[in-house]
Design a binder for this molecule. Structure first.
Ligand code: PLP
Length: 447
């Protein structure tokens, strides 16, 4: 008898095919040659920014003080470790990092996710009914891809150098007309991934204002999630200090998602959410319980110890490293690719540059991409099959812009490169190879 395959839900079906970026990274990882190939595609932090010894020391302290760090190797609760929550409260208020005031935290809670900020963002997709989500274009493709697999419709609003363009947003909202009743939430990354554009305080304030008005218009609170993944990584001293959107929020619609991944270690998997007490936050806590409780308690206690002991100097160290790299990489980009660059975003925060090339396609099937991944099929370009020339990977812009948004065309000439993971000499080599890839691409097209 013929038997059919496992019956999958719509989400299951959509997830059985890896997302384009996952596929790209997997393909690249399979044949990756350490010390030869260069990965400017991953969002990994730089290994040297991870305070290995401090983490080891914190772990010892936590285990040596069970009176403070109770049962640190046992199950934790769904809300998160009280030590960590208290440490985060202090981190955001007393240390003046993150710009949150004690007043803004009144009536609000901090909850810890099961597995980084990612798990909290994912939880939101289960707790709000499918509908429209507004975000900036280029968008954080990982989360937006998840949203679309779960049946949400992502409406992406192009950004300018201050972040999501609020004039364009207003036009999009007007164009939605009655459909705006289907808006479920806003998702805005304050130092955007992929562009590293910093959302200015003015824009942030305007966004809170727009979503507050919209909430009144539709007669229901529309949550506005700010993803602060990189907000502690502003390493350009000329940038105005970032304010927390919680300070502008009268209606209680702002939720801020934070993570310790970029300032301490992604492997700790500590992400948290700050927002108004109420049904949304309660449902997130229940969801965290459903998927295995908040992050491993030992990690939460280690994180709380590190927040209480020298987090400022750790952040300074991390930012000094990225600042130096950013400056150097920017110079090399100008030197090596300058003639072919129409626009270069990033360099002030986080660890990505987002480039728009003039007349050079960057997508998976482009000559530029094939040259860099050594898949042109020409031995003279790729090198011999058993000893191919170094490969370079980046994220093509076509995966970062919304596929039915306003940036589709320009996205085909864009790319995100990371200066986080690889060290400067490798990045320099990669940029030199990119220069050759541009020349190759131009030569092919001149025929
Ligand atoms: C915008 C954004 N949000 C969230 C995350 C993930 O954070 P976490 O490691 O806490 O899951 C990342 C990681 O790169 C990110 O770029």
């Amino acid at each position: 008898m013929k038997i059919r395959d496992v019956l999958l839900s719509e989400y299951g079906k959509a997830s059985s095919v890896p997302s384009p970026v996952n596929q790209l990274m997997t393909d690249f990882a399979v044949g990756f040659r350490d010390g030869r190939d260069i990965n400017l595609g991953v969002g990994y932090v730089n290994e040297r920014t991870i305070p290995h010894r401090h983490i080891q020391h914190a772990c010892e302290k936590v285990l040596a003080h069970p009176e403070k760090y109770r049962a640190a190797l046992n199950y934790g609760g769904a809300r998160g470790s009280p030590n960590l929550i208290a440490a985060l409260r202090r981190f955001h208020t007393e240390n003046k990092i993150g710009g949150v005031t004690e007043r803004a935290l009144k009536g609000r809670d901090i909850v810890i996710g099961a597995n980084g900020a990612t798990s909290l963002l994912e939880s939101v997709t289960h707790l709000l009914p499918a509908g429209i989500v507004l975000t900036a274009d280029p968008m954080y493709y990982i989360y937006c891809n998840d949203l679309e697999r779960k049946g949400f419709k992502v409406v992406a609003v192009p950004e300018d150098d201050e972040g999501l363009d609020t004039e364009l947003l207003k036009a999009k909202l007007t164009a939605l007309g009655a459909e705006s009743a289907a808006i479920r939430f806003f998702y805005v990354v304050t130092v955007n991934n992929p562009t590293c554009t910093i959302l200015s305080n003015n824009r942030k304030r305007e966004l809170v204002d727009i979503v507050t008005r919209l909430s009144y218009e539709v007669g229901r609170k529309i949550p506005l999630f700010f993803d602060n993944a990189y907000s502690d990584l502003v390493h350009d001293d000329t940038v105005e200090p970032l304010e927390s959107a919680l300070c502008y929020d009268e209606l209680g619609i702002v939720y801020e998602v934070g993570t310790l991944s970029k300032i301490l270690a992604p492997g700790l998997r500590i992400g948290y959410l700050i927002g108004s007490k109420g049904s949304l936050l309660d449902s997130i806590v229940q969801r965290t319980s459903d998927i295995g409780f908040s992050a491993p308690l030992i990690n939460q206690e280690i994180a709380s110890y590190l927040l209480d002991h020298g987090i400022e100097s750790q952040i300074e160290k991390v930012n000094n490293g990225y600042q130096q790299k950013s400056k150097q990489v920017k110079t090399w980009i100008a030197e090596l690719l300058g003639d072919n660059i129409q626009e270069c975003r990033g360099g002030s925060a986080g660890f990505y540059f987002y480039l728009t090339l003039a007349g050079i396609a960057t997508g998976d099937t482009s000559d530029f991409f094939k040259f860099l991944t050594r898949t042109t099929g020409q031995e003279a370009v790729d090198g011999p099959p058993d000893a191919q020339h170094p490969k370079v990977i980046y994220i093509p812009g076509e995966h970062c812009v919304h596929p039915s948004g306003d940036m589709v065309e320009v996205g085909k000439r864009q790319l995100r490169i990371s200066y986080g993971f690889e060290e400067l000499p490798q990045i320099h080599t990669a940029l030199k190879i990119m220069k050759s890839a541009i020349a190759y691409s131009q030569k092919i097209h001149s025929f």
